[in-house]
Design a protein around this ligand. Structure first.
Ligand code: DGL
Length: 291
């Protein structure tokens, strides 16, 4: 695939000798097991409103958190094909489970056709910078916690960060079903957060892209005593840096770009929940990838 580049009208060089800034109008591909990754897409849209997004939610295979590594790898590669066919310049794996299971493989598969970013490395960097010598908790799916990927990456930083990870498999389906406020969700959340595995932590990483929707309830549980770390904004910032480093930022747009949101299995309940996750009206398109 040839890289299409445009020179933006707003990018006049500061001096006659300075090279003009390069721009790239191709979209950013974002994928998740379902609609949870829309919390990341939302943060990207807020920080980089000129970037066009192609979102793929593999709702046919939700939840990824309970699937084998091999299955998640196979789904991820097939989704990358879709995103590459849409000429995506970056593929953002907006799912911790897929980032844990398939990031290395996806990078190898995509090669030089696109940049690949996962949702784990940016938050690991952030924790390394701000929580050296401290106790950090983490909640995520069975796949994410079982992979030990956060622990391995944090240990590699050698900053004496002690990670207390707990698999919380009921949370993603609960959120996907719209239970984000009220007695049911509060009781499930409280049961998990009172687990001895999370005792004495000073910060908690929301290591699943569904969890920003229950952040308020999690914060209520802790009453401000610990930092609740929502990676969405941190990932969006890492994406901004990646685009800049590779001259891939989109040119300034007069009108907001037209995003596309695909799901591999369509149900009205997904359609209803998307507004909640993305923060604005979303037109979900059915992309029958597995039929
Ligand atoms: N959103 C996915 C993640 O970040 C979890 C949901 C699932 O299990 O599919 O891990």
């Amino acid at each position: 695939m040839r890289r299409r580049r445009t020179f933006g009208a707003m990018s006049a060089p500061a001096s006659a000798s300075a090279a003009p800034a390069l721009h790239d109008a191709r979209p950013i591909g974002v994928f998740d097991s379902g609609i949870g990754g829309l919390t990341v897409a939302r943060a990207v849209n807020q920080l980089l409103p000129q970037e066009r997004l192609v979102y793929f939610g593999d709702t046919a295979h939700l939840p990824y958190g309970d699937k084998s590594t091999a299955a998640i790898q196979a789904y991820s590669v097939k989704i990358c094909d879709v995103l590459l066919r849409q000429h995506c310049k970056v593929i953002l794996i907006a799912c911790n489970s897929a980032s844990a299971a398939a990031y290395e493989l996806v990078r190898e598969y995509v090669g030089s056709k696109a940049q690949v970013l996962n949702v784990i490395d940016p938050i690991v960097r952030h924790i390394g910078q701000h929580y050296a010598g401290r106790e950090v908790g983490l909640i995520g799916t069975k796949q994410t916690v079982g992979s030990n990927v956060y622990r391995k990456k944090l240990d590699a930083l050698d900053r004496d960060i002690r990670l207390h990870a707990l698999a919380t498999p009921l949370l993603a389906p609960m959120v996907e079903e719209g239970f984000v406020r009220g007695a049911v969700s509060q009781s499930v959340i409280n049961t998990y957060l009172s687990d001895p595995a999370l005792a004495d932590i000073e910060a908690l990483v929301l290591a699943c892209t569904h969890y920003p929707l229950i952040r308020e309830q999690i914060e209520e549980y802790y009453q401000g005593q610990i930092d609740v770390l929502d990676p969405s904004a941190i990932v969006a910032e890492a994406l901004r840096e990646l685009l800049q480093a590779h001259d891939l930022a989109a040119p300034a747009a007069v009108r907001p770009p037209q995003h596309h949101f695909y799901v591999s299995d369509f149900t009205p309940s997904f359609a209803e929940s998307t507004r909640l996750f993305f923060g604005q009206e979303v037109n979900l398109e059915h992309y029958p990838l597995w039929e």
